[in-house]
Design a binder for this molecule. Sequence first.
Ligand SMILES: Cc1cc2nc3c(=O)[nH]c(=O)nc-3n(C[C@H](O)[C@H](O)[C@H](O)COP(=O)(O)OP(=O)(O)OC[C@H]3O[C@@H](n4cnc5c(N)ncnc54)[C@H](O)[C@@H]3O)c2cc1C
Length: 1020
Amino acid sequence: MATASPRRPGSAGAVAAVDPGAVERRTLEIGRELFARVRGASGPLRRSWWENQFMDWTLDDPEVRAQLFRFIDVLPALRSPEAIRRHLAEYLAEADGRAPWWLRTALAWSPPGTDRERWLAASATWAAETMAHKFIAGATPDEALETVLKLRSRRLAFTADLLGEAVISEAEADVYQQTCLDLIRGLAAPLAAQPEIPLIDRDQNGPIPRVNLSLKLSSLTTHFDPIHAERSIDEVGVRLRPILRTARDLGAYIHVDMEQYHYRALSYELFKRVLAEPEFRDWPDVGIVVQAYQPDAEDELRDLLNWVETRGAPITIRLVKGAYWDSEVLTARGLGWPEPVHLQKWRSDASYERCTRFLMEHHQALHPAIASHNIRSLAHAIATAEALGLPKAAIELQTLHGMGDAIQDALVGLGFRTRVYTPYGAMLPGMAYLVRRLLENTSNDSFLKASAGAGAPIDELLRNPEETGAMLARSRPQAPAPSSDSSPSSPLPPFRNEPITDFAKAENRRAMAEALRKVERELGQTYSLIINGRDVETPGRWIDSHDPSQSSRIVGRVASAGAEHADAALESARAAVSTWGAVAPEDRAAIMVRAAAIMRGRRFELSAWEVFECGKPWREADADVCEAIDFCEFYAREMIRLAVPRVRDAPGETNRCEPLPRGVAVVIPPWNFPLAIPCGTTVAPLVAGNPVILKPAEQSPIIARKLVEILHEAGVPADALHYLPGPGEEVGQALVNDPRVDVISFTGSRDVGLLINRQAAETPPGQNHVKRVLAEMGGKNAIIIDDDADLDEAVVGVLASAFGYAGQKCSACSRVVVLEGIYDAFLARLVESAKALKIGPAADPETFVGPVINAEARKRILEYKTLAQSEGRVVLDLDVSSIADQGFYVGPMIVADARPTARIAREEIFGPLLSVIKARDLTEALAIANGVSYALTGGLYSRSPENIARVRREFRVGNLYINRTITGALVDRQPFGGFKLSGVGAKAGGSDYLHEFLLVRSITENTMRRGFSPEEMAGI
Ligand SMILES: Cc1cc2nc3c(=O)[nH]c(=O)nc-3n(C[C@H](O)[C@H](O)[C@H](O)COP(=O)(O)OP(=O)(O)OC[C@H]3O[C@@H](n4cnc5c(N)ncnc54)[C@H](O)[C@@H]3O)c2cc1C
């Protein structure tokens, strides 16, 4: 095989002047010609015509389309005709009778347990496989070669893409690498032996590689995450270099696909870093994708051009619009981030044309590969190349296998090198790809869909996108910018959750690293109590707060309160009941909003304190600070809402219900959400007008102190908030038992919660009220894995729920109940994936599992780990011996075949120990999941609408999550709290919560005076 000659980048300088009008006229000419060729080549005599018709007939209705895509998605996981029939029936039932008649008839004709059911299942599988084969080139190297040779016979070049979206274990990343290597080696010799086809085997400079492979960087490691960019680059580099070396040795070409926005900056950085290494820097047979749907696509091109000029050898740029539009928009909106893509189709199209022009102008450095099925985009690219005088061989046009076959032939007919992206791999990992292609083919914004059918108006389809934009602007005059406040009477804009930090942005990573350095310099200080605004020392009595990641390090020394301090704080708080309660609710709310603003301004610093004091990894710490901000903002709005009296006037009588603060609130939060829970449980009673005494956890007193300082700074009066760190048995007890206390808000262990509940029920002489207790007391949370679950998602979701923050969340998953049909497959992937979990100090951004909170916790968890040896089959016990002497580390453990009645499967462990329990069917799984004394969170991974509906009805937990992680409840969106022995009281972050801190007075006034009432008089 001819090896490619190195090609040097040309000067980016001299650019021929181009007349835009001429380019536009020529674009339309070329576009019409392409349309003529495409339409001439399609019709009922071509298979593709029937395929398109079939898709149109079947997938036109969006609801039917969504349900059928869900069916295709689950199909490879279904193992029996019964399961296939059932899922199809369930999905079509969701489409509300809008499914095509023939599908409904086929279902009705194939009742369960009959031969016809088997026929239906076989037909459905055949139809999905046929559809998959349209887009997927084959599952073995031989099939891939066969497809490639067929393409060559049509004078089409190819790029092979290995299917497989997410790798969730290092073993899977190894397989991906190996398959890349096998594919290059397997195709190199047979293709070298083929006679040359100059159109596709040469460019204007000479021979080009015949083997062309597209790969995804994220498939080369499980740890592809911008939060630790450097290590991602290292790890991917280790698997990427052998692929590059092999490709170079065998004269093959490697192209890097572009994935979601989250990976984008990291992918470019990695690409540039590795390909600038001495070994590869003169190698031109590489390329990367630029996505025109992202607003900074042109900047990216400029950046790549600069890089190529310093590197010295050219690369290829595949210009696409972008394959992830829907998910980018949904993800960003879900997180409250700005969407990273254009939001109007014409903008993506116009950006594509600007990028095309840029590429053509710099074609010697950035070889243009124009990847699109949009005839306007392609025609514009050809016209621009012509106008700039580029030889045809200087550009390449690219399409996807199975999409626009007629376009491919038309482009070849015009004499252009056309490369077909040919996905290769098994059906199962291919389903995500197939669904993406189907979505694209059927999306209303898709050119392919719009241009299908002989009647589609060509002039409209070929319209310049800028013109489309101008027309849209004329037809839809700009609406006035919506005010951020939807309700003119509310002093505050509507609540929205504080967006978590996007660590894909380098500036955020830098800010966090800087905050860690700053806080590290502040470690080791001493802190006093705060009673009535005064710092109070406790000579000789200290709490040392240790860094769990580095246990010898003292984060700070905090004064430790005793009963006498409780008395002083209570005295002051009691006095504030009338003054703080008399502050207008809106003014109290405004203080909380100010506190939120202060936290927002200091978010990285507060996160850094969490990293050091509680061993929270970056993302966990950041989410905790966001939740604290949410609590301030949310409860502020709630108070304003509740302060409006409820009015039920009747003739001659006014009736008002008005809220009143209860009195003094004692808040006893835990350490595991060191800012959010103290903040939420303090701010709620405060904003409701109750003075608060905060007794923080002994493990996290410094962050709690920061909170109190912030609330005072925001305007909470000195006597309305007191800070009393100290031992629970001493100062905690004194507070709980004191008759001056009206409300106790506790979050922590069940034993302590129940004790407080009992003690608070006492009404000693002199106490004229019954104390209100809110207690959040933990869980033994289960996730059920149905036998049709998506294992890629289930495994990742279970691991995150079980081992995030080392399992130290009351919402954490500690039991996974798996249906026997999928048990072995799930367990194998779970264990393999868990092996890749990074354990280490919380300050390291790569850490997923940090330390546990202290030595006592570690000892207790280790005892459970010992017990696990006899209560189940230990299938994973990650080794932490190399860091064990530095901090309180415990290796995550997975215990298979656990009995539901085993202690490890019943008792709350609060650490990284996960029991895996087998269930015969969903009935048994639900019985196991419900069979504990807790009812906090629970989860289900299933793709069966009926099973989902049943679990919704029968899984009795406070927070049920379906097909997602079971931790990370958001304020307002997912009010949080459980029942049974998981807790008493309203859900935190929900609309009932403030009621816990309010009394309600109903005030009735008889306004009748001798037969008339003022209201009626006014009405006459
Ligand atoms: C050979 C080849 C390789 C590819 N490789 C990649 C890759 O590595 N990474 C990648 O992300 N994509 C890749 N794609 C692109 C992607 O898969 C789609 O094929 C492509 O976006 C469809 O664009 P089009 O020009 O063919 O069709 P068109 O119908 O003209 O454009 C559809 C595209 O417009 C954009 N869009 C849709 N609705 C809107 C809207 N409301 N507002 C703004 N924009 C909108 C979306 O990007 C959508 O995909 C590749 C495409 C080809 C042909």
